[in-house]
Design a protein around this ligand. Sequence first.
Ligand SMILES: [Zn+2]
Ligand SMILES: [Zn+2]
Length: 338
Amino acid sequence: MLITSPPDPSNLESDYVEFRTTQHGGRSLFAARDIPPGTRVHSSSNPFAHVIYKDYRREVCAQCFAYAASDSTPLKVAQSRVWSIKWKPEGCQASTAWFCSEDCKEAWGKDEAGPLQMQMDATLTKAQVASRRKGRKSTNISSFNSAAEITQDAIDQAWRNVDELRPSSNTEGVVDSDPHRNYTSWSHFLRLQNNELANVRERQHILSAHLRIYAFLCNALPKYLLPYIPTTVREVLARDTGNAFGIWDGDRRDEMLGWGVWTSASYFNHSCSPNIRKTRQGRTLHFETSRAVSAGEELCISYVDTDQLVGQRQKDLESSWFFRCGCSRCKLESTVAT
Ligand SMILES: [Zn+2]
Ligand SMILES: [Zn+2]
């Protein structure tokens, strides 16, 4: 994943919503007044960071995420399953982005982030091939023997250990190219919940996977980016789990094509009987009331499939969002189940 988006122009200034601290100390969105059903209360226009899975890159428009094999695609394209409009930078054979239309290609090319992402993909692919040829270099990556050893201090130490392997960044000739420059949304992104400790406790293998990603990027990315890698990589990996939304092929959600973080969208809390429905149109997420909402009610989406039974919902929420759902529906269904 790359942080490539310009600032998200969406904000929470709306007549319908207000941002408040909840009873449990978290922050959430509440209805500022009575809202009729079907009212759009918020839009988040551009993911702050996103990834389309490699296997889907020819099938998914790099700009609007339209899926070539979807039911709504014109038959000819849907049969071939791939888009035919592509971007090929000069002198580069390997890297290509695919688009559903010339308009999407043009929009993507105008945005500094698109071509930069392509350049990074090409660099990383080359580096991956090279490291495969060289064989696996073993890195001193920490692992834990028991759950009790997993503390924030131990995780910090593991990052310090792997950081010692980072090549020194020769800043000579380095232009002022802070990747976070002008990107005010980086500070918004940092306000999202950091799930590093909870995630490593849930999935012990994830720490060594993250450290390997870090070590790889330190060696593969252009030198001028080295000063920014330490903070960026760890901060992003600490927040993608629990804050990202899947990029699906359509409302039926048959296939997940990738995922993205829409910073302002992360402020909607979860309920198993949500009053807000989320839809995606191109790169934009829209949030609409699915029923009439009274002033002062918390505005919630559902993070999981609400058709599932209470036990499965709670399991999914605990393992991927690290909380136990205490919504009214869960309370009611748990009482019935016991
Ligand atoms: Zn498109
Ligand atoms: Zn619930």
